[in-house]
Design a binder for this molecule. Structure first.
Ligand code: NDP
Length: 452
């Protein structure tokens, strides 16, 4: 992606050059650092003490990186070895917090980009949580429940020693949902002899999980888009929406878009996308993806008026709002131009860094309301922090109370990104606003806690 990067101002250029030299084969990590450094230049100009105290030099280096072997046996007795990762990026605001991703594409670059983003996202929520990310290059697709369980147990046999409710609290991400979290938590409990509810979030609601955590990221992304539209006196009512992905984030983004009167018309997976002009049949989608763990192409077998487009992404479909909710760099500049040509009004990133730098620049130039993942998908981790609070207090809040709290948090996240953009003379630029507001909070805490 480096060809799309714009040159950085002098105040951050040296730091970026060190990041590139020190992490030479990590394009996603470099991309995430570039984006943040580019946006915080006005903050550094306003706060020379951040520069004098080496805040930026320190924040781009993870506090700790753990890489480990994960051996496991398949149902036929064959032995496999995967690689496990946990990058504990910053604990200055609270225990490390961030999900685990199981996907064959996982490598150190991807985990570091996600961990880096997580620091500022978590800061933006206003809660006391640090930033981390982890996972493995394990591919859960086509594996039996017993194989998934053995993999999760082997993964936790190493990771448990680095976790704890005051140390590091993982959650789910791509390929890690309720089933995997159950197996991971179970093994942690077994090897530590502690039923420590607060060491994992996204748990089943029957055993310590919080209401609305499952829905939180997708719902939150729609709430964020709703806030952006409200600034311009618009609503979701009657709007066509393109969602990519068909996993946890996508499903609940579709669900909430319907509740707000919109018509979500697309869903996708890594094989292609479906477009259903009558509106995505959410029950059908959930049955295929959550119950049968099938492929998106099966959708059109039950909905003959819908179309499956193999090997493509849904951005060519005319819509008013786009919510990319699958993976990083899934929406490039030409996709952005197609959406703009079709009159898209707002883009809210449900996934982490789904838009390439060229796509972001195109949206901003065209005046499209653009909510970066760091802000728009912060509802997931924010609700995880609510789960931690409930676990610590041994309480359980109702669905409606929890959703009201999520709604209020997304409004706060929106307002603080919006206000920071105004403060730094970039009105309406939520990328600058989110990065600046998150960074300011982290930087003040680092300043207060000394050089460690
Ligand atoms: P899921 O595993 O539930 O779903 C992922 C979806 O994205 C699947 O439809 C998957 O299709 C698709 N996908 C994954 N990789 C690719 C790829 N390389 N190309 C095309 N499609 C792909 O994950 P989530 O819904 O939890 O996560 C989606 C995104 O949201 C990620 O970027 C994640 O980091 C982000 N996110 C998630 C949060 C959460 O609470 N879950 C919180 C904040 C951000 P297939 O099955 O074919 O791989």
């Amino acid at each position: 992606m480096t060809e799309e990067f714009t040159p950085l101002p002098a105040v951050v250029r040296d730091v970026y050059d060190v990041v590139v030299a020190r992490n030479p084969h990590e394009p996603e990590f470099q991309q995430a650092v570039h984006e943040v450094l580019d946006s915080i230049v006005p903050v550094l100009e306003a706060h020379p003490e951040f520069v004098a105290n080496g805040i930026v030099e320190r924040i781009v280096e993870p506090e700790r990186q753990i890489i480990f072997r994960v051996p496991w046996t398949d149902d036929a007795g064959g032995i496999h070895v995967n690689r496990g990762f946990r990058v504990q990026f910053s604990s200055v605001l609270g225990p490390y917090k961030g999900g685990l991703r199981f996907h064959p594409s996982v490598n150190l670059s991807i985990i570091k980009f996600l961990g880096f983003e997580q620091i500022f996202k978590n800061a933006l929520t206003g809660q006391g949580i640090g930033g981390a990310k982890g996972g493995s290059d394990f591919d859960p697709r086509g594996r039996s429940d017993a194989e998934i369980m053995r993999f999760c147990q082997s993964f936790m046999n190493e990771l448990y020693r680095h976790l704890g409710e005051h140390t590091d609290v993982p959650a789910g991400d791509i390929g890690v949902g309720a089933r995997e979290i159950g197996y991971l938590f179970g093994q942690y409990r077994k090897v530590t002899n502690r039923h420590e509810s607060g060491m994992f979030t996204g748990k089943g609601v029957q055993w310590g999980g919080a209401e609305v955590r499952t829905e939180a990221t997708g719902y939150g992304a729609v709430f964020f888009a709703e806030e952006m539209l409200a600034v311009h006196s618009e609503t979701f009512e009657g709007k066509r929406v393109a969602v990519s992905g068909s996993g946890n984030v996508a499903i609940y983004a579709i669900d909430k878009a319907y509740q707000l009167g919109a018509v979500p018309v697309t869903a996708s997976d890594s094989s292609g996308y479906v477009v259903d002009d009558a509106g995505i049949d959410l029950d059908l989608l959930r049955r295929i993806k959550e119950v049968e763990r099938g492929r998106i192409s099966e959708y059109v077998l039950a909905r003959p008026d819908a179309r499956f487009v193999e090997g493509a992404r849904p951005w060519e479909v005319p819509v008013d709002v786009a919510i990319p909710s699958a993976t990083q760099n899934e929406l490039d500049e030409s996709d952005a131009q197609a959406l703009i040509a079709n009159g898209v009004r707002a883009v809210a990133e449900g996934a982490n860094m789904p838009s390439t730098p060229g796509a972001v620049a195109a949206f901003q130039k065209a005046g499209v309301l653009f909510g970066p993942g760091k802000a728009a998908n912060a509802g997931g981790v924010a609700t995880s922090a609510l789960e931690m609070s409930q676990n610590a207090a041994r309480q359980r809040w109702s669905f409606s109370d929890s959703e009201a709290k999520l709604r209020a948090i997304m409004q706060r996240v929106h307002d603080s990104a919006y206000a920071a953009a105004e403060r730094y003379d970039r009105p309406g630029d939520y990328v600058v606003g989110a990065n600046a507001a998150g960074f300011e909070r982290v930087a003040h805490a680092m300043l207060a806690q000394g050089v460690i």
